[in-house]
Write a protein that binds this ligand. Structure first.
Ligand code: 8OZ
Length: 355
């Protein structure tokens, strides 16, 4: 029977199991947003996952929106990531880098020369930005001109080349959780009147341009994508997510990506409207990775149903570097310490015990 422990071919990657480490922002990059030796240890400890997806990684200086997130746009960052990749590979693991542009979820204090964050439309998110000076009100972002979009596509291309240079097995395009590509997809944040706004087809245009450009440099078999149709995080909304994301899955399908990764609800357990993820999955003819509060039993049941190929685990991987072994043995899991999720030292990062 196929279950979480069954090997699987995902694009160009032969995975030893279907237990994926979800992308997890931990805010522990070093000076210059360069991955450190402590970051190497953290990922290396989790290399028994079938696949590791790195924490969201800004593709350019303008793509940052939080303190101490490791970028993939400077040579030092590439060298720092290479040490992570080499350590994971030495342990027999596979690892892809998550390509991130935050769009409006940022703050001038985090951007070059105090620049305004950029977005499809000049709509301020509700809530506050995490900055080096603490929580600060979001600002109204600057709406991007259509003429500027090719330079952002070029940043995705450079970041992808950098990821390949660092030795990553592939990349995951972050189109979820209310960041730039999600801001283009949704009618709550995209009020453009040009060819990048309005209809579903127009709102998908920029995200699809990014995907095609990344595929051109990496090959489709090294590219995955993450979406979160129901997640209200970062003040994102859409009047009809099912129609939008079914269409997006349908448009992505012929590109033959390695996988489609879906956050199947609200990230912090919010009540969400109904959404048919099996329908979404059927629009995408390729591997489907499910994420959101799965445990071993639900993960196995999802894979047995035939509707899910891979399951990504977030919080359990924070607290259990040997999650795969614990699942195998039905061993109890360590509880995660929420207070050390974002930022800090090795405490709550590399010091969770193995069995
Ligand atoms: C939690 C805190 C900060 C960032 C995401 C990159 O939601 C994130 C993130 C999550 O994708």
């Amino acid at each position: 029977m196929t279950d979480l422990f069954s090997p699987i071919e995902v694009g160009s990657m032969a995975l030893k199991n279907r237990i994926v480490m979800a992308p997890l922002t931990r805010n522990r990059a070093g000076e210059g947003n360069v991955p450190t030796a402590m970051n190497v240890t953290y990922y290396e400890q989790r290399a028994t996952a079938g696949l590791i997806i790195t924490e969201a990684t800004p593709i350019s200086a303008m793509a940052h929106g939080y303190p101490a997130t490791p970028g993939i746009h400077s040579d030092d960052q590439v060298q720092g990531w290479k040490k992570v990749v080499d350590a994971v590979h030495a342990k027999g693991g596979k690892i892809v880098l998550q390509l991130w542009h935050v769009g409006r979820i940022s703050h001038p204090s985090l951007l070059p020369n105090g620049a305004l964050p950029v977005a499809p439309s000049a709509i301020k998110p509700s809530g506050k930005a995490f900055t080096y000076q603490g929580l600060q009100d979001f600002v109204t972002p600057r709406a991007l001109d259509a003429e500027e979009l090719p330079s952002i596509v070029a940043d995705y291309v450079t970041a992808t080349k950098n990821a390949l240079k660092a030795g990553f097995d592939g990349v995951e395009i972050h189109a979820a959780n209310g960041y730039l590509l999600d801001q283009f997809l949704r009618d709550g944040t995209n009020k453009r009147s040009d060819q990048y706004g309005g209809s579903v087809e127009n709102r998908m245009r920029f995200p699809l341009e990014v995907v095609c450009a990344v595929v051109d440099v990496a090959g489709a078999d090294k590219v995955g994508i993450r979406v979160s149709p129901l997640n209200p995080f970062n003040d994102i909304r859409d009047s009809d997510p099912q129609t939008l994301f079914n269409a997006f899955a349908e448009a992505l399908s012929p590109l033959k990506l390695a996988y489609l990764h879906a956050v199947e609800g609200g990230m912090t357990g919010e009540k969400t409207p109904p959404f048919d993820f099996v329908a979404l999955r059927k629009h995408f003819k390729g591997n489907y990775m499910a994420n959101l509060a799965y445990d071993k039993a639900r993960g196995n049941a999802a894979i047995a149903s035939g509707n899910v190929d891979l399951v990504a685990f977030g919080v359990p991987f924070i607290a259990n570097p040997d999650l795969v072994e614990r699942f195998r043995l039905d061993a109890p899991l360590n509880a995660a310490d929420q207070s050390s999720f974002y930022g800090g030292t090795d405490k709550g990062y590399t010091d969770y015990p193995t069995l």
